[in-house]
Design a protein around this ligand. Structure first.
Ligand SMILES: Cc1cc2nc3c(=O)[nH]c(=O)nc-3n(C[C@H](O)[C@H](O)[C@H](O)COP(=O)(O)O)c2cc1C
Length: 340
């Protein structure tokens, strides 16, 4: 029995294996942030393909919090139904489903809205200069995360992932490079973490206790004066009492630097976060070989492995990879003839 296909229990959620589909924007929703046929077919195919946990793409908790005007949204009740249809279908094919709740902050390209950030600094010359978010708005946005979490529960999602990575709003608060506030939301580690703390506290009011909360972080800013894995571990340790069940370890996106990426380039960050916080972690980044995923899990470097682009190339990766790690899993009955 391989580790990749060993079940994984997180609160009341049992995953059939350790394979996680990374959240990936499909940029094919509409002005209203509604789920489309594409989303239904795309996610259901990965459930049929054997993924253990599908984390649906960055979904705006406010319209101005969407990365693009074609991202999914969960800021109004009308958006629940389309997502519920996807969740029900994925459940029917054995996958558990999460949704990434996001606010794009200064990187929002929704032109109909003004973008906001902890400090009025543009990401690059190709981006707008954001307006500094007021204290009152900080509470409004935290409440928007909670309202979206309530809707996610109504849609039947098994887990939520709070998007705290890649230089979007939460990540902008966490990094000293983007947060230059002089009030209680900027400066010290505790102050920079205060917004995420508030988001978690608000979300817990609407998201059921028995369902897990994942936080995705950028463990490395790739710039002097930015956060590194040890800093992020300290931030997570500070926030742990608020109820984080799993950390999805990513990196970058905070400032305009392209990191040197190679298969497994984020695994050491995940190891640091796991060791320093004692929380389970998901790792990934350019992973496409089943043997590499198996090595990471067998050596206890992470608890789960995410795949992004590999699952865009091949939705059936989990069905095919089992043979590579000398495991034998059930295929959907309809595809049994193709297993030989
Ligand atoms: C098309 C595309 C869209 C993405 N959208 C998101 C997103 O919505 N949220 C997020 O946290 N990361 C997003 N990412 C990053 C992926 O989740 C993942 O971390 C990254 O692609 C590295 O993993 P990979 O090498 O297996 O693709 C996106 C990546 C791609 C390729």
């Amino acid at each position: 029995m391989s580790k990749l296909y060993e079940k994984y229990q997180l609160k009341n959620v049992t995953l059939r294996n350790r394979i996680v589909m990374a959240p990936m924007c499909m940029f094919c929703s509409d002005e209203d942030g509604m789920a489309k046929d594409w989303h239904y077919i795309h996610y259901t195919s990965r459930a049929i393909g054997g993924v253990g946990l599908i984390i649906m793409e960055a979904t705006g908790v406010e319209n101005r919090g969407r990365i693009s005007a074609r991202d999914l949204g969960l800021w109004k009740d009308e958006q629940i139904e389309g997502l519920k249809k996807i969740v029900d279908a994925c459940h029917a094919y054995g996958a558990k489903v999460g949704i990434q709740l996001a606010h794009a902050g200064r990187k929002s390209e929704v032109l109909a809205e003004q973008c906001i950030a902890p400090s009025p600094i543009a990401f690059s010359e190709n981006y707008r200069t954001p307006r500094e978010i007021s204290l009152e708005e900080i509470h409004t946005v935290a409440a928007a995360f909670a309202a979206a979490a309530r809707r996610a529960d109504q849609a039947g999602f098994d887990v939520i992932e709070i998007h705290g990575a890649h230089g979007y709003l939460i990540s902008e608060f966490l990094s000293p490079l983007t947060n230059q506030r002089s009030d209680e939301y900027g400066g010290s580690l505790e102050n920079r973490a205060r917004f995420l703390k508030e988001v978690l506290q608000e979300v817990k009011k609407t998201w059921p206790k028995e369902k897990p909360i994942i936080v995705r972080v950028s463990a490395e800013d790739f710039a002097e004066g930015g956060n590194h894995a040890e800093d992020m571990a300290r931030i997570i340790n500070y926030l742990k009492p608020e109820g984080i069940d799993l950390i999805n370890v990513s990196s970058g996106g905070v400032v305009n630097v392209i990191p040197k990426a190679y298969p497994g380039y984020q695994v050491t960050y995940a190891e640091t976060i796991k060791r320093e916080t004692a929380l389970p972690v998901i790792t990934g980044g350019l992973i496409s070989s089943p043997q590499m995923a198996e090595e990471i899990l067998q050596n206890g470097r992470a608890d789960l492995v995410f795949l992004g682009r590999e699952l865009l190339r091949n939705p059936y990766w989990p069905l095919l990879a089992a043979k590579e790690v000398r495991d034998n899993i059930d295929w959907p009955a309809q595809y049994e003839r193709g297993k030989q």
